[in-house]
Design a protein. Structure first.
Length: 105
């Protein structure tokens, strides 16, 4: 069920950004502490900063969720692999980059 909700969230985020809407900070949040914010969609890309639950994020890219390198994830008792990355800004720190989409709520 959570994966189905995440798929719907992906569509909503992509559509809202495509029409030029900034996604409100309350729409998504870091699901775990220390989520890497990287300069490219790969686990080997440079880490620019880290995100933590409670920090504010903003999404303004036309296609904020996109395919990249595959990663393993674990959140809320579920786990798996994915290649979906979220381009966002951690407003709390000012860092902008890519993070593993499956690590967001």
């Amino acid at each position: 069920m959570k994966l189905h909700k995440r798929a719907l969230a992906t569509v909503a985020v992509t559509l809202a950004a495509a029409i030029g809407l900034a996604i409100p900070a309350s729409a998504l949040s870091y699901g775990v502490g220390g989520v890497a914010i990287r300069n490219a969609k790969s686990t080997s890309a440079t880490i620019l900063g880290r995100g933590y639950p409670g920090q504010v994020i903003q999404i303004t890219a036309p296609q904020p969720v996109s395919a990249g390198g595959t990663y393993s994830w674990s959140l809320d008792g579920q786990s798996g692999t994915s290649n979906q990355w979220l381009y966002h800004t951690n407003v709390s720190t000012g860092v902008t980059g890519f993070s593993a989409f499956m690590l967001f709520h």
